[in-house]
Design a binder for this molecule. Structure first.
Ligand code: SF4
Length: 430
């Protein structure tokens, strides 16, 4: 490969690494005759580097030149760093070459802003147009939509890529203005709204014309930086909850602040956001999406921040002892789902298995229930006593803290890691 191209690749892959909103999911586009690649989930989403980052996508910026000067970003205009830019053709060819060599299965494309939002989007659009229409590439493509980009360009991009994302970055307008004076929430929410509107229209179109092309079949995602500003977990999760109420929003990613511009006085002096906070937010996010929790049950005025010592589900359970015991042989699926140590799969299995026999501790263990946690909150057949009565919340917290394991990342829901850090992560023990 041309040395100049290799140098560009080094610079632009390095520049892209702080954007973590690139996990792919939810799309099943097949290869077509004469094309290459497919976007089946199993080919894409389950490859992570040792530090938890998805590597099956070529994660790259079209250019790291940027006219904006966001305080938290390595690529900001005022930083003296190596700069480079691909032509759309170079990047499309590179993607295809990497795909053919089996290095990657898809592309995650972002860019610094050059000239203006539309000019930047047009160049990115050119890359994906070349890939889809000239190279007939059917692999997964996730493209960043540039804040302030026109609806027309969003509409074109959405028909070519699997996922579009617009990063919120800073949860409140006040702090966004402080750290990224060139941006505002309006310019971020507007493309989000356009994506959603086109997705909804596309659903209607496809009801009438089944062959109509899909618009961003994997939906949209966004990223919030945690710890660069003073928002508490309640503010962050309230925002997340609102975002998930939009039917097109598939994932919110939480990126612990990495002090790449430590000389900037607007940024916090702390070196790093505790990794645990990032993980607790992902766990709370999981409760919102799959465990039917309302955000105010997880964080509220009394508990504005997540407890870092235990996961949010256990934290809710010890704060709400009146909810327990849950009788696994009688109570509803929704009630069983709230028990720490019982996940979605186990709750479904319990409801199904109890139709045939009364479940005791052995049966629950076989189903996959983590009894060390669940035992405090349930009653079942042959269980001698309800343990929560005999144990204080503090005792339960203390005894279950020991069960929080540190492991390597294992799956998409366990979040993405900050770059270049040890692969320590809290296991999801639900
Ligand atoms: S717009 Fe801001 S966050 Fe995006 S590349 Fe430019 S400086 Fe970085």
């Amino acid at each position: 490969m041309d040395e100049n191209l290799i140098r560009k690749l080094e610079i632009l892959a390095e520049s892209a690494k702080y954007d973590i909103s690139c996990a792919s999911s939810g799309t099943t586009r097949k290869n077509r005759d004469g094309g290459i690649g497919s976007a089946h989930g199993w080919g894409i989403c389950h490859s992570f580097t040792a530090d938890g980052r998805c590597v099956s996508l070529l994660k790259i910026m079209l250019t790291n030149y940027c006219m904006f000067d966001c305080a938290y970003c390595i690529n900001r205009h005022s930083n003296d760093i190596p700069r480079a830019g691909f032509t759309p053709k170079e990047l499309a060819n590179l993607t295809i070459e990497f795909y053919r060599r089996n290095y990657i299965e898809g592309l995650f494309l972002s860019s610094g802003i050059i000239k203006n939002a539309d000019h930047t989007m047009e160049r990115m659009l050119r890359v994906v147009t070349l890939l889809r229409n000239e190279h007939h590439f059917n692999g997964y493509i996730h493209m960043k939509a540039i804040p302030g980009a026109s609806d027309e360009l969003i509409a074109q991009a959405g028909l070519l890529v699997d996922r579009l994302s617009v990063n919120l970055e800073i949860p409140t307008e006040r702090n966004l203005k402080l750290l990224a004076p060139d941006k505002d929430h309006q310019s971020i929410y507007q493309p989000m709204r356009h994506i959603q509107q086109h997705m909804l229209e596309n659903i209607e179109d496809r009801k009438k014309f089944r062959s109509a092309p899909k618009f961003v079949p994997a939906g949209q995602s966004t990223q919030i930086i945690i710890g660069a500003t003073d928002e508490n977990d309640q503010q962050i999760l309230q925002l997340t909850s609102k975002l998930y109420k939009r039917p097109s929003m598939k994932r919110v990613y939480y990126s612990g602040f990495v002090p790449v511009n430590s000389y900037d006085k607007r940024l916090p002096v702390t070196q790093e956001v505790p990794r645990t906070r990032e993980n607790r937010l992902y766990q709370a996010d999981w409760l919102l999406r799959f465990y039917q929790f309302d955000v105010n049950e997880i964080v509220n005025d009394e508990h504005p921040d997540l407890d870092l010592s235990i996961d949010p589900k256990l934290s809710w359970a010890v704060r709400n002892p009146h909810y327990f015991p849950v009788d696994v042989n009688r109570d509803s699926y929704q009630q069983i789902l709230r028990v720490p140590g019982i996940g979605v799969k186990s709750a479904k299995l319990i409801v199904s298995a109890r139709r045939h026999r009364k479940l005791n501790l052995d049966a629950l263990k076989r189903i996959g229930v983590v009894l060390k946690r669940a035992q405090f909150f349930i009653i079942c057949h042959e269980m001698k006593s309800f343990k929560l009565q005999d144990a204080s919340p503090e005792y339960i917290k203390l005894s279950l803290q020991d069960t929080v394991r540190l492991t390597g990342p294992v799956s998409e829901q366990q979040s993405q890691q900050q770059p270049q850090q040890q692969p320590q992560q809290l296991a999801m023990v639900w």
